[in-house]
Design a protein. Sequence first.
Length: 193
Amino acid sequence: MEVQIDDSILVRDYIQGDEKALELLLKKHNQRILSFIYSKVRDRDIAEDIFQDTFIKVIRTLKKGSYSEEGKFLPWVMRIAHNLIIDHFRRNKKMPKYQGNKEFDIFSILSDGELNAERRLIKEQIEADITVLVDQLPEDQKEVLTMRIYKDMSFKEIADITGVSINTALGRMRYALINIRKMVEQNNIVLTN
């Protein structure tokens, strides 16, 4: 029976010069990461290339000492892979060419599968970033924001459910948005498609 070593220990060991630790990390997560990449690009060769680029970036970051260990190695690697997938779609946009004998059709651009895949990936990333930010809000602000945005409740309904005045509910919403804006600026998060 193989013993599972915690990622943070393997990362620490690799940073301290144990090359075998990286090999174990790769072996432990390669299938999941490769499957994730393939599910987005639908091409085995491209998936392999992005997988290689992902681990080159991982190795460089670890060697530079830029990795901050929060016990979240796999999500961090998936984020790198996700960003490289988006880069791939941006680099390889297939814009329809104007054909002299046909009228230019804007809908051929709008329905282009690769562009839609890129937009979907960016949208997923933005939603993931927002979820992380919302989770970092104080509980009372998170509650009001969730009820207002995700449950589409009025401030009167929110006030009734939470047992506070409408002005307090409005204030909490305002502070939630201010705090999210600050976190976006501090972390240089891009929330546009």
